[in-house]
Design a protein around this ligand. Sequence first.
Ligand code: SF4
Length: 364
Amino acid sequence: MSDRGIYIHIPFCDGKCPYCDFYSHRPDDGELDQYTDFLCENMHRLLPEGITADTLYFGGGTPSLLGARRLVRIKKAVEKNAVLSDPEITVEVNPSRQDTDFEMLFQNGFNRLSFGLQSANDKELMALGRRHSVDDVRCCVKAAQKSGFDNISLDLMLCTPHQTTESLMRSIDFCNDLGACHISAYILKIEQGTRFYDIKDTLSLPDDDSQADMYLAMCDRMEENGYIQYEVSNFSKKGRESRHNLKYWHDEEYIGIGPSAHSFYNSRRYYYSRSMQDFYEIKTIDDGTGGGRDEYIMLALRLSQGVIFQKYRERFNEELPKEYIDRAKSLSGTGYLTADDNAIRLTKKGFLVSNAIISRILDE
Ligand code: SF4
């Protein structure tokens, strides 16, 4: 069993972006301290005893809203209750606040930052309801780099209101010029329960064909800038993949802490509901067994390396079912995937319709 990952959800934001359905709210007075105190005082109940992990990820919400002092406290509580071996420690940072003490984070062992840039175009940022400018991100990233951080990821969004292929290309170049070694780039999805959902008919968004064109143009531009695509929506410079997120796609185990956080531990999946109260009572909900064959294949096909037969054999002590390989081979003329005697891999075009292709291979 490889080392696990630990995810800590910080459910606070200073406002709500109209497209976002993550669990977060504006903190009440004293709530940041209350949440931090709860995590620190209960870490021994929130983490399995004797756990070893090699990644720690603070996601949200907006973890940086806690400030460096609280984040360091929580990290120390984790270290008291888990063995962290050569860990990648990531914090998601909100660039609208210029007061993050990057130096304190860096000196305390945090070594990776993820900034929600979304676009390097102020008009697009406004349309997304973001509360920062392009310049804010530039200043924040430079301040972080000055403090010693060289492992920096930026998030981009595709197919958003007002975005054009040209502006998307400029956003990618902006990330590269700023020295980001990792980019996550997701196509905007209109989720039920968000403000965008309520006004979806008034939003001017690209149709499916234009979305596909933008995605493929993005993949090319990433490559031109030296970013290697290692997952449907994730690109990195060589050796700078997100070690934490790779655990999800490798179907490896992790512990999630915080309201709405999911865990996969000792072959079981479970999660906390989207309720502060339930979390403070440490009530988890069982979500069945994890780590099965189809789950492994489904997740591996999100990666550029695909399902490697040798790795499947090592994991399950058996060959990949022949009918899966046959079905994949029968699709290989479509341009959506390649299948040979060593691996099945989706192409970039295949990534765009990955759910449908994966269902065909698994015959669901
Ligand atoms: S800052 Fe991030 S988590 Fe918070 S509302 Fe916006 S997208 Fe959602």
